[in-house]
Design a binder for this molecule. Structure first.
Ligand code: NCD
Ligand code: ZN
Length: 334
């Protein structure tokens, strides 16, 4: 096959940041995706109506002139029902971070119990709950330990849509089928790499992210679920740009920058495994059904022609920097 196309690809977990970084990275997603779920973990989190509207405005300005819908989120804290009722149509969901578990999550929640009234109101108002599901335990076990909390949430709020963000384990893949109200996103890096790629040889800071890449059997379970477009699984790049001096330093920031190369790599990966027919569901249709959203119509064409990934984009090093990919984006039309 020499040509391939995708209709309205969606990135259901994306960090766009603010200021100069936003200006650099937003057009890269907006060029090839039809929309994305925009994460709220800014240095000052998106946790009020003003902040939400102001951030949405900045995002919309940064993506101009591309056709691209930013699906905004709020940073989880205790919100009352009146507030949620008021902002409900302006957001796709609320993102919960356990306190201190990842970038800019210091003001995250300290106990799930304290959040009960907010969860109830979200369930009633049909606002999805997006979760960074890691405990503060041993780094390789953080996600599998958090499954017990997902179970408790799924059982206590059976009508609340719960999205396990950026899953990294076989345990999380298995858990998808246990409860009707449980869904998940998976990143590009987690279907490709294991901890060995990050730290098995020389340390590779640009592959370091939270949750950390796990074992080969975890990667294989994630890859199979993606290749078969498990109907409860969506693509969410978790593309998380950090300037090069924050990555190549003592105390490396967590996050892999994949937005500019994710689609080309996915096309090559699905082709290699003979699963190209499933990519449309994985990249867009599953998410549309799960969230009940209709993204702008946009056709992205790919051609089998080598693409050399830039070494740096602005101040950020992308995954596969300086390497050759087998597929490139051809042209796109709105
Ligand atoms: C993300 C970031 O940098 O904002 N980092 C990451 O490693 N994934 C935060 C997150 O999603 O955990
Ligand atoms: Zn993230």
């Amino acid at each position: 096959m020499q040509n391939f196309k995708l209709i309205s690809p969606l990135d259901m977990h994306l960090h766009l940041r603010e200021g100069e970084m936003l200006e650099t990275v937003a057009p890269l997603s907006a060029e090839t995706f039809a929309g994305a779920v925009i994460m709220p973990n800014l240095i000052t989190p998106v946790d009020s109506e003003n902040r939400l509207l102001e951030y949405e405005k900045a995002v919309r300005e940064a993506i101009r002139p591309h056709t691209f819908e930013p699906f905004m989120t709020l940073f989880f804290k205790k919100y009352d029902r009146d507030f949620l009722q008021r902002v409900k149509d302006k957001i796709i969901g609320i993102k919960l971070y356990p306190a201190g578990i990842t970038t800019n999550s210091e003001s995250g929640i300290k106990s799930i119990e304290e959040a009960a009234p907010t969860f109830s109101a979200m369930q009633e108002l049909k606002i999805p709950l997006l979760v960074h599901g890691e405990t503060d335990g041993f780094v390789m076990e953080r996600e599998s330990e958090f499954i017990a909390i997902y179970r408790k949430l799924a059982q206590t709020y059976p009508r609340l849509k719960i999205v396990m963000e950026h899953i990294t384990t076989q345990a999380a893949v298995d858990f998808l089928d246990r409860y009707e109200n449980i869904f998940a996103t998976v990143t590009l890096q987690h279907v490709l790499i294991t901890l060995d790629d990050v730290a098995g040889g020389l340390l590779r800071p640009h592959l370091f992210c939270k949750p950390i890449a796990k074992r080969p059997e975890d990667r294989d379970a994630l890859l199979q679920a993606a290749l078969h477009a498990h109907p409860k699984l969506m693509f969410g790049s978790d593309s998380a740009p950090h300037p090069i001096d924050k990555k190549e330093s003592c105390g490396c920031a967590a996050g892999v920058f994949t937005a500019p190369i994710a689609l080309q790599v996915l096309v090559g990966l699905f082709e290699k495994h003979g699963c190209l027919d499933n990519l449309q569901n994985f990249i867009s249709n599953n998410a549309q059904k799960i969230y009940g959203i209709v993204p702008p119509h946009k056709v992205i064409h790919f051609k089998k022609e080598n693409y050399t990934v830039p070494q740096k984009i602005g101040e950020v090093v992308p995954m596969f920097a300086s390497e050759e990919l087998a597929w490139s984006v051809d042209n796109f039309q709105h």
